[in-house]
Design a protein around this ligand. Structure first.
Ligand code: HEC
Ligand code: HEC
Ligand code: HEC
Ligand code: HEC
Length: 187
């Protein structure tokens, strides 16, 4: 076949018809990806690989799952950035975990988590620090400039003092709030 034909409008179909087909494929593809991203963000998805880990129980026992308001914060709401671009980047990084899942000996056991908790926690913390705990701030949006009356005095004072510092000297949420849902090991 003459490759130049690819660039010429087809003889059989009008350019418009081809355009319509192109848009349809594009739209279907877009939603298919959204759907995949959505499925791969549910707690069930996270727990397919982490099924023998106590992670979900820890959430349910914490203020982020056990509160009187009946709110259970999802894994991805804390762990995956909610801005589309950062979200995609993190997703692609996470896909290396498929290889880890297949190659790390005894990964999906509580023993593995207990033994490696500190190292894994620090990886998770490094990531959250790199996005300035933006996932926390999506929900807790009234920590600094618009503090609620009902917040404890101690909390208000600590948050206000942190906010007064130069932006690059400020601590991020997880610097002060360690082990917010999962137990952070001492050693
Ligand atoms: C394909 C299997 C798989 C799935 C699905 C999965 N994980 Fe993991 N996860 C792993 C493996 C393997 C590790 C250990 C990675 C390593 O140390 O190389 C890990 C480590 C982690 C860590 C600690 C290390 C780090 O880099 O932060 C967090 C946090 C985490 N997973 C959260 C999640 C969340 C949230 C989900 C759902 C959005 C999820 N995981 C889904 C396999 C998986
Ligand atoms: C999806 C929304 C959501 C996200 C994301 C979220 N939180 Fe929360 N957080 C809540 C809710 C709801 C409560 C319970 C509030 C209550 O009971 O009044 C809470 C409670 C808290 C508390 C007080 C209770 C305690 O355990 O001491 C702290 C501190 C806190 N969150 C910090 C964080 C940090 C740090 C992050 C990020 C790692 C985070 N939150 C992410 C919704 C969220
Ligand atoms: C400089 C340290 C520090 C930083 C940074 C910090 N906090 Fe706090 N926070 C505290 C202290 C101290 C308290 C009061 C004791 C406690 O509840 O743990 C508190 C309390 C809270 C509470 C409970 C409020 C209440 O009424 O008791 C929430 C929710 C919270 N912080 C969320 C956050 C979030 C989200 C961020 C990031 C935007 C953040 N904090 C950053 C130190 C800090
Ligand atoms: C309220 C926010 C929040 C929720 C909800 C949450 N995590 Fe975490 N997770 C964290 C933070 C913050 C760390 C970093 C370590 C620390 O400070 O305890 C962490 C650490 C981890 C680690 C590393 C090992 C460890 O225990 O520290 C894994 C794995 C993990 N989370 C998986 C999950 C999974 C799976 C879910 C859902 C069942 C989930 N997380 C729900 C905030 C959260």
């Amino acid at each position: 076949m003459n490759w130049r034909a690819l660039f010429k409008p087809s003889a059989k179909f009008s350019v418009l018809a081809l355009l319509v087909v192109g848009i349809v494929i594009g739209v279907v593809g877009y939603f298919a990806t959204q759907q995949t991203l959505h499925i791969t963000s549910s707690d069930e998805f996270c727990m397919t690989c982490h099924s023998n880990h106590s992670l979900k129980d820890e959430v349910l026992a914490s203020a982020h799952g056990g509160g009187s308001a009946g709110i259970v914060v999802e894994c991805q709401q804390c762990h995956l950035p909610q801005e589309p671009i950062n979200y995609l980047i993190k997703k692609i990084i996470v896909s290396k975990d498929i290889i880890g899942y297949m190659t790390i000996d005894g990964f999906n056991t509580q023993e593995w988590l207990d033994e490696n908790r500190r190292e894994q926690a620090d990886l998770a913390r490094d990531f959250l620090r790199s996005i300035d705990s933006s996932t926390c701030q999506n929900c807790h949006s009234r920590i600094y400039e618009d503090q609620p009356e009902a917040m404890s005095k101690m909390a208000k004072r600590m948050h206000a003092r942190n906010f007064k510092k130069d932006p690059d000297k400020r601590k991020t949420c997880i610097d002060c709030h360690k082990g917010i849902v999962h137990p952070y090991p001492k050693k």
